[in-house]
Design a protein around this ligand. Sequence first.
Ligand SMILES: [Zn+2]
Length: 296
Amino acid sequence: MKKFFLLILLAAALPVRAELRVFACEPEWAALVMELGGDKVNAWSATHALQDPHRIEARPSLIARARNAQLVVCTGAELEAGWLPAVLRESGNAGVQPGRPGHFEAAALVARLEIPLKLDRAEGDVHASGNPHIHLDPHNLLAVAAPLAKRMGELDAANAAHYAERQRAFVEKLRAAIARWEKEAAPLRGMRVVAQHRSFSYLFRWLGLVEAGTLEPKPGIEPGSAHLAQLVTQAKARQAKLIVRTPFDSPRPGEWLAERTGMPLATLPFTVGGSERAQDLFGLFDDTLAKLKATP
Ligand SMILES: [Zn+2]
């Protein structure tokens, strides 16, 4: 009995923290939720920058987080098709299932690149809904910010005005940053780049970079020696200047190609936490641009 009262006293002594509990699938969405919510949200990311978001295990820790979440914010477009359905099902949390107000998919809000004309699994791990890696075009973040802030306000009506205000401030700050980034990146326009996976398609399109080949012969398929040999010829013929990888791609294929072509290999942060400078969404683009511009 004494113990029971002690617990009540302890609970009463703790400050009231009625934060909106958000389960984000990827660090970029946790970062966006933090921009929009500030101290009114508790955003947790299911994956970190060194993990490939295509390949995650539906671990008990993820399920426990999903069980307690009020809002799930993910990319969608099948990026998390291999693990999120199991996490949500096992969570038993009715409010965050697809189609419910507590379920938010960012990719549905933007025009997606690379939507296949026909679906053929022989073509590799093709995303039927198009390329899901939408966050590296900051215009897409602008498109996601307003509906996301609105949704946060619907789930947490007491703080709706706070989210709306922060959303306006974020959009203003991001617009100014975009103008600066576009100016800085203007000399990169037309530069030919070899990527590992199609992780950077939106970044390339935004900045006018040209994909001169991918290390993966097909999405999700490891490069073999015949493909790599052909890529050496292709990269030279197309005068590619740079190879880029994410922090979670194996460095070996890129290093191999770098050695044979003399092209530098850059590890771009890809998402928040992917490099020392990429501590938030602004740092993510600052560092990405700096690394692209460091190409000789
Ligand atoms: Zn992908």
